[in-house]
Write a new protein. Structure first.
Length: 212
């Protein structure tokens, strides 16, 4: 990257370097100087974009969740039945974690720091609650349409989020999801628990999309 990259490119350069340094050294031991050196920038240039190591860590927390939250944001505006949206979401998350070029190790660091640091814990919990709210809204849609049985939408959303977090945690230590198994019997188990017909749960994702 050249010294004259755009502001967005420069911030991306810094965040890639910060991610690598935080994973390598941990949040407490990492220094802004280490990040600047990894990014090939001066320490002053680093502070121009991020006022502190904590602000930089927050930006990475938001980035960590951006892709998975984007799947939900798209689903929120999707006019298809809730069952098809959940099926599509399930395959998207499976494909995402199976296809990552490198393990999502920052996810584990983020979780560790949420245990140690109250401010970071608040950030992580806020993202978690946004996630739960979006998922619960899809479950409510399915209930109102008569697709899903009577159950607590938030409880269902929490269980599904735990499943997604489990995929992230396993992927972070190099255990990639078995897409074939999880996209058949795994998804069938979830759908049957929701009261949706097993035929809909086992329908290939391509056909489900065409049905919309």
């Amino acid at each position: 990257m050249t010294r004259h990259g755009s502001e967005a490119e420069r911030k991306s350069q810094i965040m890639r370097a910060a991610r690598a340094v935080f994973i390598e050294k941990g949040f407490m031991s990492a220094r802004m100087q280490d990040i600047a050196r990894r990014a090939g920038l001066s320490k002053g240039a680093l502070y121009f974009y991020f006022s502190s190591k904590r602000e930089l860590f927050y930006a990475l927390v938001e980035e960590e969740q951006r892709v998975t939250l984007s799947f939900l944001s798209i689903a929120a505006g999707d006019m298809r039945p809730a069952g098809l949206k959940l099926l599509d979401l399930g395959t998207q998350y499976l494909d995402y974690f199976a296809g990552m070029k490198s393990p999502p190790r920052f996810f584990l660091l983020m979780t560790e720091m949420a245990i140690r640091d109250e401010e970071i814990r608040d950030r992580v919990q806020d993202i978690h609650e946004r996630f739960i709210a979006e998922l619960a809204a899809i479950v409510r849609q399915g209930q109102e349409a008569g697709e899903f049985g009577p159950m607590d939408p938030v409880a269902v959303a929490q269980l599904l989020k735990a499943f997604i977090d489990g995929l992230a945690g396993q992927s972070a230590v190099g255990i990639r999801p078995d897409v074939q198994r999880l996209s058949t019997d795994g998804i069938r188990l979830i759908f049957e628990g929701l009261g949706l017909s097993s035929a809909a749960a086992t329908e290939p994702p391509g056909n489900a999309l065409e049905a919309g």
